[in-house]
Design a protein around this ligand. Structure first.
Ligand SMILES: [Fe+2]
Length: 286
């Protein structure tokens, strides 16, 4: 062997052989993605030269991520989120959004089956926390109201826990609900002021981040998903601008347009109000 050249040739031949086998693939976009992924994996392995034990540890980690994923917990989503991958996908998909409210990741605690509630209803099912009144307006890019938009809301309790993290401590669907905006695009609800939280530390993703000395903090926020016919569905957050962790969100989702003010209601120092406005892009928007 001279200067390792034959070894490099055989490595290239591996990738070429894989590409040749993919040549017959019926789904071009899928094949293109798989080939790009395999090429980068091969490059990565050439760069890092993992030992068989290290490679085995990586496979063990990925196996644990799968074992920690079920109907109530999504460790794969968490992994993509904390690596910044989910936010990158969102940002690249809305590069020409103009005035539209920025989309963010849904996060690992979303449930698509939240109950339909009448306007003004209370999301809080256990009566715990500082009351918060939310008033919202849904508009198109010109500022005209979008009537009848469907608005899903979900957030953590004052201790920073979602109901699906604590099925034995919180009532099902606590702090979740689905509303329908009125003819002028407005909606409202009552709830409690959410607390910030740490992402789960007890799973493989949390353990990895602790080994790396990386934070898992999320500033207090409320999640919204807004859907209306003819418009791009918006999934976003509104963050508590006064949360001390506002500059170090582990999921990279904080954007200036998404900072909300949780204002104390005059004469009721324990009660807060939050006004939100969302601008939806048309479905055909680039
Ligand atoms: Fe969240």
């Amino acid at each position: 062997m001279v200067d390792g050249a034959p070894a490099a040739e055989s490595q290239d031949a591996l990738l070429e052989a894989f590409a040749e086998r993919l040549g017959a693939a019926r789904e071009e976009r899928l094949a293109q993605g798989v080939l790009a992924l395999v090429g980068r994996l091969h490059d990565l392995i050439r760069d890092l030269r993992p030992t068989p034990d290290e490679f085995s540890a990586v496979l063990g980690f990925l196996t644990d991520v799968g074992h920690n994923t079920d109907a109530r917990r999504q460790e794969w989503v968490l992994l993509a989120d904390v690596l910044g991958v989910s936010t990158l996908v969102e940002d690249l998909s809305q590069s020409a959004r103009g005035r539209a409210t920025p989309s963010t990741i849904a996060g690992p605690f979303y449930r698509p089956d939240a109950p339909d509630l009448p306007d003004g209803a209370d999301l809080c099912r256990d009566g715990r926390g500082q009351p918060l009144d939310i008033a919202g307006q849904i508009s198109d890019l010109s500022g005209a109201p979008i009537p009848q938009a469907v608005v899903e809301i979900w957030h953590a309790n004052a201790q920073g826990c979602y109901e699906n993290q604590q099925p034995d401590l919180q009532p099902e669907f606590n702090l979740r609900g689905r509303f329908r905006a009125d003819a002028s695009g407005r909606f409202s609800c009552r709830t409690i002021r959410p607390g910030g939280y740490m992402l789960p530390k007890d799973g493989p993703v949390g353990i990895l981040f602790q080994r790396l000395g990386l934070g898992l903090e999320r500033p207090a926020h409320i999640h919204f998903r807004v859907a209306a016919p003819g418009f791009r569905t918006l999934v976003t957050h509104v963050f508590d601008r006064d949360d001390p962790a506002i500059g170090r969100d582990a999921l990279f989702a904080v954007k200036p347009e998404l900072l909300g003010e949780f204002r104390p209601v005059s004469d009721h120092p324990e009660r807060f109000a939050l006004a939100v406005r969302f601008f939806l892009a048309p479905e055909t928007h680039p």
